[in-house]
Structures are given as C-alpha cells and as structure tokens.
Write a protein that binds this ligand. Structure first.
Ligand SMILES: *[C@@H]1O[C@H](CO)[C@@H](O)[C@H](O)[C@H]1NC(C)=O
Length: 412
C-alpha cells in the first residue's frame, strides 16, 4: 500500500466511523420518539387475557378462522386487508384470529399489537398467540380458497367454505392479494363492507385521543370540536412516490382498491385517468402543484366558509423537498390578489395547517399515520391520491363509516 492510498484509507475509515455515529444517534432519536415497547407489551398482555376469557365463555362453541395476511408494506395496506378479513369472518359467523401489525418504521421484523391501532377487529376476536390453546391440531382444517378461482368468485367461494362446520379453519393462501384488491371484483363487496364499517369501525383510544387533541390545537372542525374551522384536507403524497408512480405508469396500473369504485368515477379531477397512457398516469399519481391548486380553486372558490386547508404529507428530514412545495402551495393559496383574479367569492385561504403541526407527545410517533387518516376523514372536503392506500382508506371511512358523499371527495 502506498503512503498516499494508506492516507486515503485512513480518512475513509474516519468518514465511515463518523457516518455510523450520526446514523446511530439519529436512529436513537427516531426510535425513542415512538411508543415504548413496555406500552406494547401491556397491550399484548391485555389481548392475551381478553382472548383467554373469550375462549372460556360457556355456551359459546365458537368457530375460528386464521387467514394468511400481508406481512409488511405500509400501515394502510395492512389495515384495509385486516378490516376485510374481519368482515369476512363475521359474515361467516367465525371468530377472527388476529395477528400483530408488521411495523416497518421499527425495522422489517418488528411487530406491534393490533389493538394499539385498530380496536374493532380485535373485539370479540382471538389473538393468534392464543390460537393453539383453542384449536388443537385435530380440530384444524387447512384450506386454499383462491387457486383456480376467478377474482369475481373468490369472495363467495371463501364464504361458502368458511360457512362449513369445522371448528378451526386456517387459510393457507393469500386471498386478498394485490391483484385481487386492484381488480373490479371488490366492487361487489362494497355494499356489505360499507355497512360493516358503519356498524363496527373503531380506532384505539390513543388514536382518537391524539386526533381530538390535534383538532383542538389546530382549530379544525370535528365531532369533538364542533366550533373548529371547516376545512379541506389535501393528501399531498410526495417523498418516495415519484419513483413509485413511474413504475406504476410503466406497468399501466390503475387506482387502488376503493378509489376504483364506480360511484367515485365523477370524483376524479379531469381529464379521466387512462392507465395505458403514461403521461396520464403521472398526472394523477404525481400531479404538479398547478394541477393541485386548480382543484382547490375549483371547489373552494364558491364556498366562502371554507378557508382552511389541512395538508397531510410525508415530509420528514429525509424528504425536505415536500416542505418547499408545501410552502409554495401555501403562498399561492393565501395570495389575496390571485384569489380575486380567480374569482374566489370570500377571499383567499386564510389558514394552512399540516401533518407536522399535529401535537404529538413524546413517544406517540407510531400513531401519526392513523391520526392523519382521522383528520382527513373529518374534513368537509377531501382531495386524495387514487394510487395511495392512505387516501383509499380515508375514502372508505368517509363513505362507509360516516355516510359521506362522493361529491365531497376529489381524486387528483
Ligand atoms: C396522454 O395523457 C396526456 C395527459 O392527460 C394527454 O395530454 C395526451 O393527449 C394523452 N395521449 C394520448 C395518446 O391519449
């Protein structure tokens, strides 16, 4: 090794050590802003005890079903699937055996208890850690439900098998896979799923609590804060989405799950999406700011009472550009001269709030994504991204759980 390359090697090592230190410190800060594991352990214990009590309830010879579920991906991808599985279990009078959420922000193999986020699918259900106590191997029937069955028949076929007499059924294939959820087969499920959401959907108390605190602090209208400002919620999906949209455009992928419902076809901001046209896909998946501003103009111009905008975004220290775009959006919409020129009846937007202003206490970070969904759900008007599972979840709750109108939803 020459003297020169030795020197270079040493500075390289110093650099690596420095980078390791920085990433160590930042991941420490990042992780400690999340709920402590002791909170999750106590929720785990509660789930186990509740399941134990459930299994001992006399006079209730329960039937159970354990599904193969998505392991990974984002919170809303998992949530939408869990709600559908729970619905399927209830329809077939089986007790849903629930599994923990895979919590990527904490690392690929990290699990958090479901009831810390979604309460309804765990009520009257059994945690998977108690499954073996209730279902002895002799009682368990393993089935596959989607092989060789067209998407349009998967749901009904699943129901007919689950209606069978077996005490415990384990479904070994992933029936609600991406392709299934992207297909129009789910439209037939919507009427009953809609009712299911209205009758059962609940978040955990933590999530309701933080959402209420956010509504008061940001003065946004909600059931708990009826005097707050009525507002437009905009899901500004940026960050890593641009690359993702390019991939979707190349593969000619259309909107996701509930965003494809025919009753929402009028809610898509024109021109209509043509997934065979890559420019059209990018226009809907990653629209430029002017398109988003046009959409806000289009709705708010004639509604003078609506002068507050809440932006849900994924801006963070690793996606700083989101903040710059948010700033430009805010400056444009608050411009009085521009609002006048565009014919806004009651003047420009006066208040802009965003996800980063939600008052989270130390250790509440894991819940922020669900709080975003809740704030978008309570908005008078929602502008979402039809390619995003978060937006799709918001729309399902607005239409289903809250009986909201498609007219108050717009997809970019
Ligand atoms: C593709 O979509 C873009 C954006 O909507 C549109 O301007 C263009 O005319 C479309 N091309 C074709 C061939 O339809």
């Amino acid at each position: 090794m020459s003297r020169y390359s030795f020197h270079r090697w040493r500075s390289f090592r110093v650099l690596i050590a420095f980078l390791l230190l920085v990433s160590g410190v930042s991941s420490y800060i990042y992780l400690s802003s999340r709920p402590p594991y002791t909170h999750y352990s106590s929720v785990d214990r509660f789930e186990f005890e509740t399941s134990e009590r459930l299994s001992h309830e006399v006079g209730k010879p329960g039937k159970y079903v354990l599904f193969k579920q998505l392991r990974g991906a984002g919170f809303n991808n998992q949530a939408q699937e869990i709600l559908l599985y729970h619905h399927l279990a209830l329809l077939s009078s089986r007790i849903y055996v629930y599994q923990p959420l895979v919590w990527r922000p904490r690392g690929e193999q990290s699990y958090v208890p479901l009831s810390a986020f979604l309460r309804s699918p765990t009520e009257g259900s059994l945690t998977v850690t108690f499954f073996d106590h209730v279902c002895h191997p002799d009682d368990v029937k393993h089935v596959t439900l989607s092989q060789g069955i067209g998407y349009n028949h998967v749901w009904d076929h699943a129901l007919s098998v689950l209606n069978g007499p077996e005490k415990c059924i384990v479904v070994d294939d992933w029936i609600l896979n991406w392709n299934y959820l992207a297909s129009s087969a789910i439209h037939a499920i919507w009427p009953s799923f809609n009712k299911y959401l209205r009758e059962t959907f609940t978040w955990s108390d933590k999530i309701y609590g933080i959402a209420q605190r956010a509504s008061s602090a940001l003065n946004l209208h909600s059931g708990a804060n009826p005097t707050g400002n009525p507002y437009i919620a905009l899901h500004f999906r940026r960050g890593d989405f641009e690359g993702h949209c390019h991939v979707l455009a190349e593969r000619h992928v259309g909107f996701t799950t509930w965003a494809t419902l025919p009753l929402l076809s009028e809610s898509i901001y024109p021109p209509q999406l043509d997934s065979m046209n890559e420019t059209s896909t990018m226009e809907h998946c990653y629209p430029d700011l002017s398109r988003i501003i046009d959409m806000i103009d289009d709705y708010a111009r004639s509604r003078p009472h609506l002068r507050t905008l809440h932006i849900l975004h994924d801006g963070a220290w690793d996606h700083p550009l989101v903040y710059m775009q948010k700033y430009r959006l805010e400056r444009t919409l608050k411009d009085a001269a521009r609002a006048k020129a565009k014919g806004w009846a009651g003047g420009p937007i006066t208040t802009v709030t965003d996800s980063s202003m939600v008052p989270l206490a130390w250790g509440e970070k894991d819940w922020s994504v669900a709080v975003d969904v809740e704030l978008a759900r309570n908005a008078e008007f929602f502008i979402g991204n039809g390619y995003s599972s978060l937006s799709s979840q918001v729309v399902a709750l607005r239409l289903g759980a809250d009986g909201g109108r498609p007219e108050d939803i717009r997809f970019m």
